[in-house]
Design a protein around this ligand. Structure first.
Ligand code: CUA
Length: 324
C-alpha cells in the first residue's frame, strides 16, 4: 500500500489519512454505480411510460387513454436479488471499514504512554511533549514516526483535525481521547478546530510541522534552551514590563514551564511562524500590531488590550523577539 497520497484527491500524508481517504473513495465508488443505475432507471421509466394519449382516443377528441405499464406482483427471484446485492455491498464496505479502523484507531488498552498531549483552548492549542517541552499552535513531530497523542479540551469542546495526517477527534474537558499523529514525509500540515467553540472558532488553526528525525531532535533541544542572558536596556525594560503588566500571569516564558496555562506558552515565540493561532504571520511589525490592539485581529480573544504606549510596545517587542 502506498502512503504518498499522490494518487488520491485528498493528498493524504500519513498511512492513517491514506486509509481514510481510500475508504471514502471505495464507498464513493459504490455509491456512484448505484446512483447511475437508479437515476438511469428513473429516467428510462419516466420516458417509457410518459403520458401520451392513444392515437385513436386523441383523434376522437374524447377522454385520453394512456398506456399502462404491466403490473407485476410478488416476484421471488427479483426480491432475492435486490436483498442479496445490497447485503453483499454492505459486507464489502464493512470489511474495508474494519480494515481502516485497525489502521487509524488507537487500541482501547494502551500499553505505552502518550508522546504528546494536545489541549484545545479558546482559541489556541497547547502542546506538551513527554520530554517536558511545551509549544503552542505549532506542533513539531519527527516525520515517519507514529506519535501517540492524548487530546483534551480546556474550557469547552474543541475538535482537533489535521486532514492530511490524522482522523478528527474531539477535545473534551475531563475526558482524554487518543489518536495517532504521523506524517510520512517532512512538511507543514494545516489543521483546524472542527467543533464550534465560540467567536474565534475559525481562528483556531494548528500547524503540524514534520521534520526529518535529526532535525526534530535539534528542534526539541532548542526548545529546552533558555533565552540569552545578555540583554540591552530596551530588552531589559521589556522584560520588566512583561511582569508589571501581568502578561506573566497567563503566559509562560521560561522553557518547559509546568502547566497548565491559560494563555499560549511564549518560551520560543519568536521561532514560530504565526501569531494568535494563525491570525497573523509572525514578524516584528505584526507582533507590535497584535500587542497594540488584539481585538482588532481576534475579536473576543481573551488577550486584553493593555493600552500600551509606543515606547512600551517597542520594549515589549524587543523583549519577545529574544525568545527564540
Ligand atoms: Cu475550538 Cu472550535
Amino acid at each position: 500500500m502506498t502512503t504518498s497520497g499522490q494518487t488520491s484527491p485528498f493528498f493524504p500524508a500519513s498511512p492513517e489519512a491514506y486509509s481514510l481517504s481510500e475508504l471514502f473513495l471505495i464507498v464513493l465508488g459504490f455509491m456512484a454505480v448505484i446512483f447511475v443505475i437508479v437515476a438511469g432507471l428513473v429516467f428510462y421509466v419516466s420516458w417509457r411510460y410518459r403520458h401520451r394519449p392513444t392515437e385513436a382516443a386523441a383523434g376522437a377528441g374524447g377522454e385520453a387513454a394512456t398506456v399502462e405499464p404491466p403490473q407485476v406482483f410478488g416476484n421471488k427471484q427479483l426480491e432475492i436479488v435486490w436483498t442479496a446485492i445490497p447485503l453483499l455491498i454492505l459486507l464489502i464496505i464493512t470489511g474495508f471499514t474494519v480494515r481502516s479502523m485497525w489502521a487509524v484507531d488507537v487500541p482501547t488498552e494502551l500499553t505505552q504512554k502518550p508522546d504528546l498531549r494536545i489541549v484545545g483552548h479558546q482559541w489556541w492549542w497547547e502542546a506538551r511533549y513527554a520530554s517536558g517541552v511545551v509549544a503552542a499552535n505549532e506542533i513539531h513531530i519527527p516525520a515517519g514516526k507514529r506519535v501517540l497523542v492524548e487530546v483534551e479540551g480546556w474550557d469547552v469542546i474543541h475538535d482537533f483535525w489535521v486532514p492530511r495526517l490524522a482522523r478528527k477527534v474531539d477535545c473534551i474537558p475531563g475526558h482524554p481521547n487518543f489518536i495517532w499523529l504521523q506524517a510520512s514525509e517532512p512538511g507543514s500540515f494545516l489543521g483546524f478546530c472542527a467543533e464550534y467553540c465560540g467567536a474565534q472558532h475559525a481562528w483556531m488553526q494548528i500547524r503540524v510541522i514534520a521534520h526529518p528525525e535529526a532535525e526534530f531532535a535539534a528542534w526539541e533541544q532548542q526548545q529546552k534552551a533558555a533565552p540569552p542572558a545578555a540583554k540591552d536596556a530596551l530588552v531589559a525594560r521589556g522584560e520588566k514590563l512583561f511582569k508589571e503588566k501581568t502578561c506573566a500571569s497567563c503566559h509562560a516564558v521560561a522553557p518547559m514551564a509546568a502547566g497548565p496555562r491559560t494563555a499560549p506558552d511564549l518560551a520560543h515565540l519568536a521561532s514560530r511562524t504565526t501569531l494568535g493561532a494563525g491570525v497573523l504571520p509572525y514578524n516584528k511589525e505584526n507582533l507590535r500590531a497584535w500587542l497594540e490592539h488584539p481585538e482588532k485581529y481576534k475579536p473576543g480573544s481573551l488577550m486584553p488590550n493593555f493600552r500600551l504606549g509606543a515606547d512600551e510596545l517597542d520594549a515589549l517587542v524587543a523583549y519577545l523577539e529574544t525568545l527564540k
